[in-house]
Ligand binder design. Structure first.
Ligand code: 1HE
Length: 263
């Protein structure tokens, strides 16, 4: 099945091809700046994914993944409205990060401010060589407000986030890969091909394993060690007990399954 849906105003488009959905930020004339309407459409798109979809790929149309927060929406807003706006972003991004469907980002051009905050909520990041990462909040007189203080800091550490925000240091794709902002770097235009290859691998995992990776692993990382080990043991027992896991383990033991190989 190849299904293409365009939501009202087309700020986000969805294409479903079998088990893989491609979700595109579609506001190229504003460099995919994240307005509240775009954030809402993104949340609705994830909420409405058909149950047959097993993996999503998110990319941006035009020359940039995203220029971050739509600055025109905060120029007149009060502090109270600012807090509400942040919480709306947290709500949308948490649903994506702790959702049913693993998400791969294909990044190119600017991945800055709120665009990097969004990218950090996804599970796998593929950066084309044109991608660059920045946190210009310091220069704009504002602060991270889309969860980046938590998520980006977990990816690259507090020291690097502070330095990027203080100095305006823009990190290129290769450096971004080295420090942990991206898992893969590709030539320009080849990010989607890499993402599709990764998506097919992710889709072939059991749903229960992918659930545990998305929902148990990040919680375990925040628990004290004794709690984390208990949570892990429970999750391990639940996954091992499934008939699908038993079939896969037996397939390996009976030499019917592929061996691990370096790819
Ligand atoms: C925007 C935005 C935006 C572009 N909000 N309208 N983010 C930033 O500080 C990044 C600001 N943007 C840029 O530095 C540049 O736009 C880019 C390097 C990303 C791209 O440059 P370029 O030359 O391709 O495009 P442009 O000519 O700068 O922009 C094209 C249009 O998009 C223009 O509007 P137009 O009506 O004059 O055509 C721009 O005004 C508009 N545009 N970026 C609003 N961000 C939850 S807290 C998160 C806090 C942050 O994200 S702070 C970082 C904000």
């Amino acid at each position: 099945m190849n299904e293409h849906n365009t939501l009202a105003e087309s700020l986000v488009t969805l294409t479903v091809n079998g088990e893989i959905a491609t979700i595109t930020l579609n506001r190229p004339e504003k460099r995919n700046a994240l307005s509240m309407a775009l954030i809402n459409q993104l949340r609705e798109t994830f909420d409405g994914l058909p149950s047959t979809v097993k993996v999503a790929i998110v990319n941006g149309s035009g020359d940039h993944f995203s220029a971050g927060l739509d600055l025109s929406e905060i120029s007149e807003s009060s502090s109270a409205e600012g807090i509400q706006q942040s919480f709306a972003w947290y709500n949308a991004f948490s649903k994506i990060q702790f959702g049913r469907v693993p998400v791969i980002a294909v990044l190119h051009g600017a991945v800055v401010g709120g665009g990097l905050e969004l990218a950090s909520a996804f599970h796998v990041r593929v950066a084309e060589e044109t991608a660059y990462f920045g946190l210009p909040e310091g220069q704009r007189g504002i602060f991270l407000g889309g969860g980046g203080s938590v998520r980006i800091t977990k990816l690259i550490g507090f020291s690097r986030v502070s330095e990027m925000m203080l100095t305006g240091h823009v990190v290129n794709a290769v450096e971004g890969h080295q420090i942990g902002l991206a898992h893969y770097v590709t030539a320009p235009g080849e990010g989607m091909q890499k993402a599709l290859e990764l998506a097919m691998r992710i889709a072939s995992n059991t749903a229960l394993s992918n659930f545990a990776i998305l929902n148990a692993l990040p919680l375990i990382a925040e628990q004290p060690m004794s709690h984390g080990l208990l949570t892990e043991s429970l999750m391990a027992a639940v996954t091992q007990g499934s008939s699908e896991a038993k079939e896969r383990v037996n397939a390996f033991l009976q030499k019917r399954a592929k061996k691990i190989e370096l790819t």
